[in-house]
Ligand binder design. Structure first.
Ligand SMILES: [Zn+2]
Length: 633
């Protein structure tokens, strides 16, 4: 994967449909840093210690060096040293600790002096070589130049072991005291105590020192990535067998193409123990060498599950293909995935591996895309009392119990309504209670209207010239269809449900004489049907039941999603008359919902009115709601 580090990083910028949080995690995981590799000669030895630093401008402040306990040079360095045994004991002890604990900020930094010195190539000073727990072989070169004045870890270490501290970067304000400072100054600044480079600002100093090191042949500019290669073998049964045979004569031999795939044996004994059961199966193990025919043994490690999950979606494009993993033609037609959904815990594992695999398959000529997932939604967690639900915290909610008490529809509606899906959802018993009450309200509304709208069919030609109340109901219905459809597309289920709730409120207010108007029954029939159809993805059981009570025999699941009529959804507009000093000067179309203040603002911002009132003092503005604004100047 390291071969693709740069491309994986660059293309983060092109993933416009991904949450920024995931991209940041991937960028940090890839961890590109541009810096300089520098060789520090070991005093009294032909060896050099190579370090990587992003801050060559601080090299004059490097007062000691630190090696990872696993550094390969250590045995050479400590041979014939008086304290060799103590160093070996330290190395053995620290190497056994896990690297996460070792490098954690709160872990006490500890180290041991090797007895040897290196030459700082810029100061020509001899500086002591230490070994410490906080340096890892996996990062950089496994060795660092320690600049205690400008790195907190190095400063903590220097204070503990009484190592010299030298300030070489001057902050823009204030001065640093090497003797007493407890907080390292890690920002850039002006180089001081730095020989010929003194006075340079950090950015320029970095370049000049890199030039100097390259010319002297003791350093070079280089790019470092935090990303490591991926060990894919696992010592367990469940996984794809690695198709390799070990022959006593030929060594490592791949299983020939025609013998693929190697399948897992099914007749195994699963016993407790550290060994993979594959190692116990002679039938699986014994195989003749494909090259010389001699008896060999199969590899018993299987592949990491991420191997399979990195490309399974390609298989979905041609699930019946038998002679290849997937059909490149089908993949070219279907890929990339338009919308992918997964938890944030996949940010730097599955989601990074899948991107990597896509690029590898592309370079093998099997895919025509660079990236697998166009849009990504990372759903939030369900939390209770502010904490992630867990057995140990005892804040688990039993969904079966909830479903028994309120029904699956209420539980679903609550979860979809409580938060947008990318946010964490705070579990609330009152919330479910609220969803339950709302669905009861829907039930009462629809069942109460059944007698009125029974046998009514919606006929557009009989729905012209409607009274204001009936027209308003139709407008609300079509606006709701428009909003719910758009919100579902964007996964804004909570606002979609809120819009349905508004429609229900509107229907409850559609009472009395309005319902006697021409077309009212048809409009009511349309509104009730649309309400049920819009609810059906959220509360399928309730919707199905109501649908049948409305007289349909086909399942609502097979009914097409409704579409709104843009003309009907259009907000009704009224004409606002604007006067200046009592004379009509402008007419503006506005929504009847505008408040008096909004009407005033619309009038004052009208272009003709602005011209007429320019440079004049407005003494008074009179507003007649939904009709008129008079401006007195
Ligand atoms: Zn062989």
């Amino acid at each position: 994967i390291t071969a693709y580090a740069e491309e994986l990083l660059q293309e983060c910028d092109r993933l416009k449909g991904w949450p920024e949080r995931v991209l940041t995690m991937q960028r940090n995981w890839i961890g590109k840093s541009v810096g300089v590799e520098i060789d520090f000669p070991v005093v009294g030895s032909p060896e050099v210690i190579r370090i990587f630093t992003t801050r060559p401008d601080t090299i004059f402040g490097a007062t000691f060096m630190v090696l990872a306990p696993e550094h390969p040079l250590i045995p050479t360095l400590i041979a014939r040293q008086d304290n060799a045994e103590a160093v070996q004991a330290f190395v053995q002890r620290v190497s056994r600790e896990d690297t996460i604990t070792r490098t954690a900020e709160e872990t006490e930094k500890e180290g041991i002096f090797t007895g040897r010195y290196a030459l700082n190539p810029l100061t020509q000073e001899q500086i002591p070589i230490w070994i410490a727990n906080f340096v890892l072989m996996e990062y950089g070169t496994g060795a660092i130049m320690a600049v205690p004045a400008h790195d907190q870890r190095d400063l903590d270490f220097a204070r503990k072991y009484h190592l010299p501290v030298r300030v070489v970067i001057q902050p823009p304000e204030g001065t640093l005291d090497a003797e007493t400072m407890t907080t390292a100054y890690v920002e850039e600044g002006e180089m001081i105590n730095s020989g010929q480079f003194t006075g340079l600002p950090s950015p320029e100093g970095k370049e000049r020192i890199a030039d100097y090191l390259e010319e002297a042949g003791i350093g070079r500019r280089t790019v470092n990535y935090r990303l490591r290669d991926w060990g894919i073998s696992r010592q367990r049964y469940w996984g794809t067998p690695i198709p390799i045979i070990y022959c006593p004569d030929c060594g490592i031999v791949p299983v020939p193409y025609e013998d693929l795939p190697v399948e897992l044996p099914l007749d195994l004994e699963f016993t407790f123990g550290a060994r993979s059961p594959l190692e116990e199966s002679e039938e699986f193990l014994r195989v003749s060498c494909p090259r010389c025919g001699k008896e060999g043994r199969r590899e018993t490690d299987t592949m990491d599950t991420f191997i399979d999950s990195s490309w399974y979606f390609e298989r979905y494009t041609s699930p019946h293909t038998t002679d290849q993993p997937f059909s490149p033609e089908a993949a070219a037609y279907w890929m990339p995935v338009d919308q992918y959904i997964g938890g944030i815990e996949h940010a730097v594992l599955h989601l990074l591996y899948a991107r990597f695999y896509t690029k590898v398959l592309r370079d093998l000529g099997l895919l025509k895309i660079d990236e697998p997932f166009q849009n990504l939604l990372t759903q939030g967690m369900v939390i209770k009392g502010g904490a992630k639900m867990s057995k140990s915290k005892g804040n688990i909610v039993d969904p079966d119990q909830m479903i028994k008490q309120y029904g699956a529809d209420s539980v679903r509606l609550f979860m979809l309504f409580a938060a947008p899906p990318e946010k964490d959802l705070e579990w609330s018993d009152q919330g479910i209670e609220g969803a339950y009450r709302f669905l009861n309200r829907v039930w009462r509304l629809v069942t109460a209207q059944l007698a009125t709208i029974q046998g009514v069919t919606v006929q557009e030609d009989q729905m012209q010239a409607l009274s204001p109340g009936v027209a308003a109901l139709r407008r609300k219905v079509h606006q709701t269809i428009r909003k719910v459809t758009a919100d579902i597309e964007r996964f804004h289920f909570n606002t979609a449900i809120a819009a349905i709730m508004e429609l229900v409120n509107h229907l409850y207010q559609f009472t009395g004489e309005e319902r006697e108007e021409p077309g009212a029954q048809m409009a009511l029939r349309e509104a009730i049907e649309m309400l049920v159809r819009l609810l059906s993805p959220f509360t399928p059981h309730l919707a199905e039941e109501l649908w049948h009570r409305l007289g349909y025999t086909e399942s609502i699941a097979h009914v097409a999603w409704p579409s709104h009529n843009p003309d009907l959804a259009q907000e009704e507009e009224i004409t606002l008359v604007v006067q200046v000093n009592g004379k009509v000067r402008s007419r503006i179309s506005i929504s009847p919902d505008l408040s008096e203040e909004e009407m005033k603002q619309v009038a004052l911002q009208d272009e003709r009115i602005r011209t007429l009132t320019a440079g004049k003092q407005i003494k008074k503005v009179v507003v007649v709601p939904q009709k008129l604004v008079n401006i007195v100047v």
